[in-house]
Design a protein around this ligand. Structure first.
Ligand code: PMP
Length: 346
């Protein structure tokens, strides 16, 4: 791996971050807070939240089995995705490499930040080869994006290829594990010590059932986390979100139950889809959604909209011709979808 200084934009490396009132004073002894131009009324919403979210990070650290200093929290993992571009990629000069197809925000963030985005097509099993990604990289490649289980294909990427990339690539490797809770594959979180160029992304939006509170996690070396923390908005995770997340962490057993049910429902949906005349092929999934090739994706998508059922049309995405991406819902929702598709074309 190159040194972190070589990988970081010089202006960011040298940046002196904004220091908020809450950064400058932290302590429990004080009772009078006249430092942050807050309104003294309307407790508890009148006070700025902890900019570094330490209490939440401490509780999360217990569950994730990493030190709080290895955790960055953001406004969804989308914030962390944007920040890695802003921290490491020089606009108009640097580039990143990513598998294709994958989650669309990597490319959007690359464009917003004026960074060339090099796509490397997956094979027919939606797998990638570390060598192919490395061949697409050059001296100015700062980041490689992987997503496992991948969106929209639903499959786990090969662990051995990810490790090979981590061992060989000189820049940073982002492994987006938004859907890892639904997979049997081990998380790369336990490998943070072995790979200083690894950034693992996870989110409260999927298994944790908290898409509305906007809370994403990035796990990486203390040095990488310090850089991301230095350039984030001072109060990027609001107080209500921090409280709700801590509430969720207290009932993590509920999440385990949800995940189990969603995986069972995925199995049910896949079995029933296999019997549908309009389903041409199903792709095995390790996520809370699956990709299905149908006879005519555009027609079926529009038909379902007419029935009040929305799935994701992925027809125009690389390797996904005539494919729909279906999120696993409740049994009642899944049956409504199945019944509508059974009626289709009759
Ligand atoms: N990564 C992947 C692979 C996703 O599919 C999504 C959301 N669909 C995200 C990240 C963003 O999640 P968040 O809600 O945490 O911003």
């Amino acid at each position: 791996m190159k040194s972190l200084q070589e990988l970081t934009r010089p202006n960011i490396w040298n940046l002196k971050p904004y220091s908020s009132a809450r950064d400058e004073y932290q302590g429990v002894e004080a009772t009078v807070f006249l430092d942050a131009n807050e309104n003294p009324y309307n407790t508890p919403h009148n006070r700025y939240p902890d900019p570094m979210q330490w209490e939440l990070k401490k509780q999360l650290a217990n569950i994730k089995k990493v030190s709080p200093k290895h955790i960055f929290l953001g406004n969804g993992s989308d914030e962390a995705i944007d920040l890695v571009f802003r921290a490491f990629c020089e606009p108009g000069k640097d580039n990143v490499v990513a598998i294709d197809p994958t989650y669309g925000m990597y490319e959007v963030c690359a464009e917003v930040n004026d960074i060339a985005y090099r796509k490397v097509l997956l094979d027919e099993h939606f797998q990638f080869s570390a060598d192919k990604l490395l061949a697409a990289a050059d001296e100015r490649t700062k980041l490689i994006f992987l997503c496992s289980p991948n969106n929209p294909t639903g499959n786990d990427l090969l662990h051995s290829e990810i490790e090979k990339l981590l061992r060989t690539f000189e820049g940073l490797v982002i492994v987006d594990e938004a859907y890892n809770d639904f997979s049997e594959a081990p998380s790369f979180l336990s490998q943070l010590e072995s790979f200083p160029n690894l950034i693992v992304l996870q989110t409260f939006s999927k298994a944790w059932g908290c898409a509305a509170i906007r809370l994403g996690m990035a796990f990486a070396s203390i040095e990488i986390i310090s850089i991301l923390s230095k350039i984030k908005y001072p109060y990027n995770v609001n107080q209500l979100t921090q409280q709700q997340a801590m509430e969720m962490l207290r009932k993590y057993y509920e999440i385990e139950r949800w995940v189990k049910t969603i995986k069972e429902e995925r199995g049910y949906l896949e079995a029933e889809f296999a019997k549908l005349p309009c389903a041409v092929s199903l792709f095995p999934s390790n996520a809370n959604f699956f990709l299905v090739r149908v006879t005519d994706a555009v027609k079926i998508y529009n038909y379902l909209v007419g029935e009040g059922i929305i799935v994701r049309n992925r027809h125009k995405i690389a390797l996904c011709g005539n494919c729909l991406r279906v999120t696993v819902g409740t049994r009642a929702e899944n049956d409504m979808l199945l019944n509508a598709l059974r009626r289709y074309g009759r």
